[in-house]
Design a protein around this ligand. Structure first.
Ligand SMILES: Nc1ncnc2c1ncn2[C@@H]1O[C@H](COP(=O)(O)OP(=O)(O)O)[C@@H](O)[C@H]1O
Ligand SMILES: [Mg+2]
Length: 204
């Protein structure tokens, strides 16, 4: 873990929601373009690397964030040390972040990374939604939690013989945020389960 620490406000360029970045980009449009490009390169790279020996543990999750965005952001791969909220939702308090993260990934390991239930699509979707909800409530990074959490769950899907999950409809119509709110505020991942079920398909 790096010795560098960031306060929440120091992540962003003053008066904007654009994170300070190594390319000195200060337009929203441009930063989204670069983030999208890095994310699609990451999807290609990590999808190609997934195999039956892959270990989708906490280090793997953190590395998705780090490897995808380290050319752009200095906070890549670092867990935050400030509390964060969105709307009415308070994410995991910074002081519990590491313990909670270890708890979640230990549970996933104990469930054998969902390999034992992969043939039961409904159950697989339910458990994947549970873990995605836990990571949404954890919200461990300063930024890009949504995209990296879905990238991780997509890699879990690939690892278990499913295609990348299609969230596009739910993200476009706000259902994904509604389902996230239920996860964070009520520990209820049933909305997310419904979204994931609809976008989850086995490789033939
Ligand atoms: N009001 C909210 N309550 C709970 N969770 C939320 C809320 N708004 C957004 N989220 C969750 O936070 C994620 C966005 O976090 P963020 O770090 O900005 O990632 P990204 O930049 O990839 O979208 C969303 O995908 C969603 O899961
Ligand atoms: Mg964001």
């Amino acid at each position: 873990m790096s010795k560098y620490r960031f306060s929440h406000s120091s992540i962003y360029i003053d008066g904007t929601d654009i994170p300070k970045n190594n390319l000195n980009i200060n337009s929203s449009e441009e930063i989204h373009e670069v983030e999208n490009l890095l994310l699609s390169e990451a999807y290609e790279k990590f999808s190609n690397q997934i195999n039956s020996a892959s270990l989708l543990d906490e280090t793997y999750f953190i590395n998705l964030h780090k490897k995808t965005f380290e050319s752009l952001y200095n906070f890549s791969g670092l867990y935050r040390d400030v509390n964060m909220s969105k709307g009415e939702s308070q994410f995991c308090l910074a002081q519990y972040l590491h313990t909670e993260s270890k708890r979640i990934f230990k549970e996933l390991e104990d469930e054998n990374y969902l390999a034992d239930i992969k043939d039961d699509k409904a159950l697989f979707a339910k458990r994947l939604a549970y873990y995605q909800g836990e990571l949404i409530a954890l919200h461990p990074f300063y930024e890009l939690n949504g995209r990296v959490t879905r990238l991780f769950c997509d890699m879990l899907a690939l690892f278990n013989g499913y295609k990348l999950i299609d969230y596009s409809h739910a993200i476009d119509n706000g259902a994904y945020i509604e389902a996230s709110i239920e996860c964070v505020q009520y520990a209820d991942s049933s909305g997310l389960e419904e979204i994931i079920s609809k976008g989850l398909f086995k490789y033939e």
